[in-house]
Design a protein around this ligand. Structure first.
Ligand SMILES: Nc1nc2c(c(=O)[nH]1)N[C@H]1C(S)=C(S)[C@@H](COP(=O)(O)OP(=O)(O)OC[C@H]3O[C@@H](n4cnc5c(N)ncnc54)[C@H](O)[C@@H]3O)O[C@H]1N2
Ligand code: MOO
Length: 404
């Protein structure tokens, strides 16, 4: 039998056919979290002139070289209303924060050291040349590319884009993710499950993860383990024009695991089924026309972990991001780790900081892939490569932080 597919090879097969979705123009107020489809250059210089950083007096530095200088006030410069006169020797203009420095003046003296008497002002302290003046272009100059394509816009980026004079930005369309749960046993939360039935849970975490990653989600509901109903739900997904169809459950080898059969009957080209990881071995992926299909295992932990490792990079690629995977980082094992077998293991772990400030990852005690209570305690995944050697408590390991 061929060796099972590695996580890296499987991820490459998910990502290879995925290209960024087309760009659209998004008003800034809606652009938080959207990914830029083009570089953004400043359309103006900021500040557009030399301006005062303080409320005070615009002076010529030479006039205030020593304490006690007394100058004649020839005008006033509030922000947004430049003064068209020139400050000559022995003269000053009253100026406010953001006011444009008048011609002739090169320094601002703060009003706290000024005593005003009609048209004259006396300064109890000397001024330093250039003090309290923000130079033209100190923030940025016209043409400067400050935000690059592929960047997911932060709230701070929105303020920057606005200051650059962009009312809207070109961003890749948000992926539409259809979520389909399968299983006769599933009932929605809040209902009384009958005998042998359980409450549908995993879609809530996966949907939130997809939206956190910038996607719109479409709930395709829960279908029983029947081929006709599964096929009907797949058709609904296509009618909804989803970019990604995420199924949960029915991915394994049981008599009622019909998802792959249903997808194949609708024309899915299978990329892979089953990979060398734990949890999540029965992961399946393929393409149904333009739709990227991820068939996640039903166990709630398996579905969430595979969504973090495969759905997140797919959604990032579809939005044009360059940083596809949640990065892993070094940590200290909070407990001894035994030698690993041939499957990459993603242990649910609690993260903490030790006395030396190092990140510590302690695996939860019960790693069974059905358990949501330990998953709730875990805020990281401790990565174990295939055949990794044992690590004593306190030894090095690598972790990825789970999104909140
Ligand atoms: N003979 C074998 N049996 C199994 C294998 C195998 O290789 N050979 N793989 C096991 C592994 S590993 C996993 S993971 C599961 C995955 O199976 P399925 O994807 O077919 O999932 P189901 O059987 O439908 O469900 C598994 C488990 O999860 C519960 N479930 C399903 N959907 C949800 C949901 N939306 N919310 C909450 N819980 C859900 C379901 O009730 C089952 O208990 O297969 C193993 N078996
Ligand atoms: O791969 Mo399954 O997810 O180990 O339980």
């Amino acid at each position: 039998m061929a060796a099972p597919l590695s996580v890296a090879d499987a991820l490459a097969r998910v990502l290879d056919p995925a290209a960024p979705l087309p760009a659209e123009t998004v008003p800034l107020a809606q652009a938080h979290g959207r990914v830029l489809a083009e570089d953004l250059a400043a359309r103006r210089t900021q500040p557009p002139d030399d301006v005062s950083a303080m409320d005070g007096y615009a002076v010529r530095a030479a006039d205030v070289a020593a304490p006690g200088a007394r100058l004649r006030v020839i005008g006033e410069v509030p922000a947004g209303r430049p003064f068209d006169g020139t400050v000559g020797p022995g003269e000053t203009a009253r100026i406010f924060t953001g006011g444009v420095m008048p011609a002739g003046a090169d320094t601002v003296v703060v009003q706290e050291v000024a005593t005003r008497d009609g048209d004259t002002v006396t300064f109890s302290a000397a001024g330093t040349p250039g003090r309290h003046v923000r130079r033209r272009g100190r923030d940025f100059a016209t043409g400067a590319v400050l935000l690059r394509r592929g960047r997911r816009l932060t709230m701070r980026d929105l303020a920057l884009a606005a200051a650059m004079n962009h009312p809207a930005v070109p961003a890749h369309r948000r992926p539409r993710v259809g979520l389909l749960a399968t299983g006769d046993e599933l009932v929605p939360p809040g209902t009384e499950p009958g005998p042998g039935r359980i409450v549908y849970s995993n879609g809530f975490a996966i949907g939130a993860l997809a939206r956190h990653e910038g996607a719109d989600t479409i709930d395709l509901g829960i279908v029983p383990d029947r081929l006709d109903e599964t096929v009907a739900a797949i058709r609904r997904a296509r009618a909804e024009a989803v970019d990604v169809l995420v199924t949960t459950g029915g991915a394994s080898v049981g008599d009622y695991d019909l998802v792959q059969t249903a997808l194949a009957s609708e024309g899915m080209r299978l990329a892979f089924w089953k990979i060398a990881m734990r949890p999540g071995r029965p992961l399946m992926s393929g393409r149904l026309g333009e739709v990227h299909v991820l068939g996640l295992p039903g166990n709630p932990v398996s579905s969430f972990v595979t969504a973090v490792l495969f759905l997140v990079p797919l959604l990032r690629r579809l939005q044009g991001r360059g940083d596809l995977s949640i990065p892993d980082e070094p940590a200290i094992a909070g407990a001894a780790l035994k030698e690993n077998d041939e499957r990459a293991d993603f242990l649910r772990a609690m993260l903490s900081t030790d006395a030396e400030g190092r990140l510590v990852a302690t695996p939860v005690t019960d790693q069974d892939s059905s358990l949501l209570a330990p998953l709730g305690l875990a805020d990281g995944l401790l990565l174990r490569a295939p055949h990794a050697a044992p690590v004593p408590a306190g030894g090095p390991c690598r972790v990825i932080r789970l999104p909140a």
